[in-house]
Design a protein around this ligand. Structure first.
Ligand SMILES: *Cc1c(COP(=O)(O)O)cnc(C)c1O
Length: 392
């Protein structure tokens, strides 16, 4: 190896040893879906209770058939950016369907939700502008904010008084301002207070981007966080992903025609990246069909989350994401290992995904779970928590 290559090796090994010491090293492990919410890992079957495939649609026969037919007819990959070779008609059809579903003029697809958030804020803001991000917003909202070159302010999680104070102090000195928040917070499962947030945004002429990766398909009658309020609380920029309840892959922005058209020309992670394969759009279209016509399917993850919380005496959940805080990295890792031994896949969530001292199990509910599975999971967790407390 070259000497520069060797110094790189040493650097990486030193960093890894540091992560090991702090229980922060991550591992990817081969895990094979075997249908429903069941996966196989190391030769064992586990009930997956940490996937974001809330409706089980990634494993649904009609969704799979749509993706397979699109692949057979149109090929495996898209070949180039939509701006170079044009996009498959399925992409346009999905944009029309998502816009209609969210009640917006237009929609624009991206390679993933992460890419959508790297695209949206930098296409709309730059130097001289102000962006305010909820402290617990998803990493890609923070990354998009930084990438924009605007001044970035982090406000306290769901703290509207803090947001108001910062807007009052800073808005006047900046040309444009934008507020970024999750609709459903991905590691806590709580909702942003959208009516109050949108009122503040109007008062200060700030644009709002809501990331509803975990809302679409599963709350607000499937329409997402916006429709958990009465009347619905509709921000001008609504992004989300095809990769969770829709069981496919990709990201989207639903917004006005002018905003979407501006992004078609200006969003670098759209212009300079290859379009989604037609199969992703075909799968998402099939999933939308299911979501629109099957209320029992849409409501099942929430019903299971409520059942689980009742069993454990936890507060009523707002979404199908239920965090169980363990505190230390070690406590979260060992609880996760114990659940795996009991037949459940629930990965420990550690910093930097969550703040220090709040390592946790993040349990998510899937329409493909049985009630009996959820009861067993709740009991296994109750046993673990009792031994943890007894040991303290
Ligand atoms: C998962 C997630 C994303 C990223 O979406 P992908 O399509 O998986 O890239 C963005 N925002 C939030 C809140 C998420 O939970």
């Amino acid at each position: 190896m070259t000497s520069a290559g060797t110094s790189l090796q040493h650097f990486a090994s030193r960093k890894l040893a540091g992560l090991d010491r702090l229980n922060l090293r991550r591992h990817t492990r081969a895990t094979e879906p075997v249908g429903g919410a069941i996966v196989a890992r190391d030769g064992r079957r586990l009930i997956n209770a940490c996937s974001n495939d809330y409706l089980g649609l990634s494993q649904d026969a009609t969704v799979i058939a749509a993706a397979a037919a699109a692949t057979r007819q149109y090929g495996a990959g898209a070949g180039a950016s939509r701006l170079v070779t044009g996009g498959h008609p399925f992409l346009f059809e999905l944009e029309r369907r998502l816009a209609a579903f969210k009640g917006t003029e237009d929609c624009l697809l991206f390679g993933s939700g992460y890419l959508a958030n790297l695209a949206i804020t930098p296409a709309l803001l730059g130097a001289g502008d102000l962006v305010l991000v909820d402290a617990l917003a998803h990493a890609c909202l923070h990354a998009g904010a930084r990438l924009s070159g605007a001044r970035v302010e982090t406000f306290g999680h769901n703290d509207m008084a803090d947001l108001d104070t910062r807007l009052t102090a800073l808005r006047g000195a900046h040309r444009h301002a934008m507020i970024l928040t999750d609709g459903v917070f991905s590691m806590d499962g709580d909702l942003a207070p959208l009516p109050a947030l949108l009122a503040l945004a109007d008062a200060h002429d700030a644009w709002t981007l809501v990331d509803d990766a975990h809302g679409i398909g599963v709350i607000g009658d499937g329409h997402g966080t916006t429709h958990c309020f009465s009347p619905p609380a509709i921000p001008p920029l609504q992004m989300g992903t095809l990769s969770k309840a829709l069981g496919s892959y990709g990201g989207y922005l639903c917004a006005s025609r002018a905003v979407c058209d501006l992004l078609r020309s200006r969003a670098r992670p759209l212009v300079f990246t290859t379009a989604l394969p037609p199969s992703c759009a075909a799968a998402a279209l099939a999933s939308l069909d299911r979501i629109e016509c099957d209320a029992a399917l849409r409501e099942r993850p929430m019903a299971l989350a409520r059942r689980f919380c009742r069993h454990l005496g936890l507060a009523e959940p707002s979404s199908p994401i239920v965090p169980v805080l363990m505190g230390s990295e070690q406590a979260a890792l060992s609880a996760s290992a114990e659940l795996e031994a009991a037949g459940f896949l629930v990965t420990a969530i550690r910093p930097p995904t969550v703040p220090r001292g709040t390592s946790r199990l993040r349990i998510t509910f899937n329409a493909a779970h049985d009630e009996a599975d959820i009861d067993r999971l709740a009991q296994a967790l109750a046993d673990i928590l009792q031994t943890t407390q007894a040991a303290e």
